[in-house]
Write a protein that binds this ligand. Structure first.
Ligand code: AMP
Ligand code: TRP
Length: 336
């Protein structure tokens, strides 16, 4: 059996980039394993490293759960849950904070980037934003996983996780397994429709460049028809000279499973109006049934709660013996 674990933050607006660039490639990675067991975690305790509005956070947790379930995750086989449902994460996360030298955390580029977004960050930012890689290490190491599929921005955190495992094992005896980082080669990167050299992003205030997974179909069509292209009228894949058109082609290809070449052959000389209209039709044909499935889950919160509770119970059955073993080895007052 191959154990695969990943975590997704429930902050911001889920968009087409998240679906095509992260959730669908995740299915690809899991399905290529012979006997996979996947842990899919909504990492809400990571989201509170920056201030969240409580009502919005709760809503986003449900929306993320509904999105994952609508994408076809087999929740009877795999384990879908929210991090905060299993107290072992924060417990072992604390042990790892105590074990991790500050010099290791000082090297994390994500923290270096994030802190620059705040004026006088030492006053504005909670310590969790700095120590969060220790919590992420607990998320992973509690389950003896083989691989961790994440975007390349998380590679450094997975490497830190391995260093934390090795440090614990050398100080207290073999306990944690070091995982492999994995990123999907063919993951599609989707760019902002208004600014196609920039990634479509959850946090952008202006949403004209982002197709949110909950956008009504008329809004989706409008956003695509208004997408930035260029001055000639040739549909071709050229990310340097035609970033807007190339982005629309990438989206078109991803939602129809057709190749860029095939689409260029059909739409190359038909003009941007016809091309965009075809892209809008294809995105809507793809997202509309997806939204229906999502809404079925969102309209039945009891069912979602049952799925997440069941996932958390199964997760805890695996993580708890590991927590007790590690705590006892560190000398904490626990009874195994
Ligand atoms: P984020 O939205 O930054 O929290 O990222 C969540 C996941 O979605 C990560 O695996 C990202 O690599 C992926 N992702 C985010 N934005 C995009 C995008 N515009 N295109 C493709 N993948 C994306
Ligand atoms: N830090 C990751 C992010 O910001 C999310 C995350 C938390 C995660 N715990 C994890 C990813 C464990 C993989 C495994 O995207």
């Amino acid at each position: 059996m191959t154990k695969i674990l990943t975590g997704l933050q429930p902050s911001g607006t889920l968009h087409l980039g998240n679906l095509l660039g992260s959730i669908l490639p995740w299915h690809g990675l899991v399905n290529k394993e012979v006997d996979p067991e996947a842990y899919l975690m909504i990492v809400d305790q990571h989201s509170i490293t920056v201030k969240q509005d409580p009502e919005s956070l709760k809503k986003q947790i449900y929306e993320l759960a509904a999105t994952l379930l609508a994408s076809g995750v087999d929740y009877k086989k795999h384990i879908v849950f929210a991090q905060s449902q299993n107290p072992d994460h924060a417990y072992v996360g604390w042990m790892f904070q105590c074990l991790t030298p500050m010099s290791w955390l000082d090297k994390m580029t994500q923290f270096k980037d994030k802190k620059t977004k705040f004026e006088s960050y030492k006053e504005a930012v909670g310590t969790g934003l700095y120590t969060y890689p220790a919590l992420m290490a607990a998320d992973i190491l509690l389950y003896d996983v083989d691989t961790v599929p994440v975007g390349s921005d998380q590679k450094q955190h997975v490497e830190l996780t391995c260093n934390i495992a090795n440090r614990f094992n050398s100080q207290y005896g073999q306990t944690f397994k070091t995982p492999r980082f994995e990123t999907s080669e063919e993951a599609t990167r989707i760019y902002d429709l208004q600014n196609p050299t920039k990634k479509m992003s959850k946090s952008d205030r202006d949403d004209a460049g982002r197709i949110s997974l909950t956008d009504p179909v008329d809004v989706i069509r409008k956003k695509i028809m208004r997408a930035v292209t260029d001055n000639d009228s040739l549909v071709a894949f050229d990310q340097v000279n035609k970033p807007g058109v190339s982005n629309l082609l990438a989206i078109f290809a991803a939602v129809t499973n057709r190749s860029h070449d095939d689409l260029v052959t059909e739409y190359g000389t038909q003009g941007y109006g016809t091309f965009k209209s075809a892209v809008a039709d294809a995105v809507i044909a793809y997202l509309e049934p997806f939204q229906l499935r999502m809404n079925e889950f969102l309209n039945d919160k009891d069912q979602m709660r049952m799925i997440l509770d069941e996932g958390a119970t199964r997760a805890n059955e695996v993580s708890h013996p590991k927590t007790l073993e590690a705590a006892a080895k560190m000398g904490l007052y626990v009874h195994e």
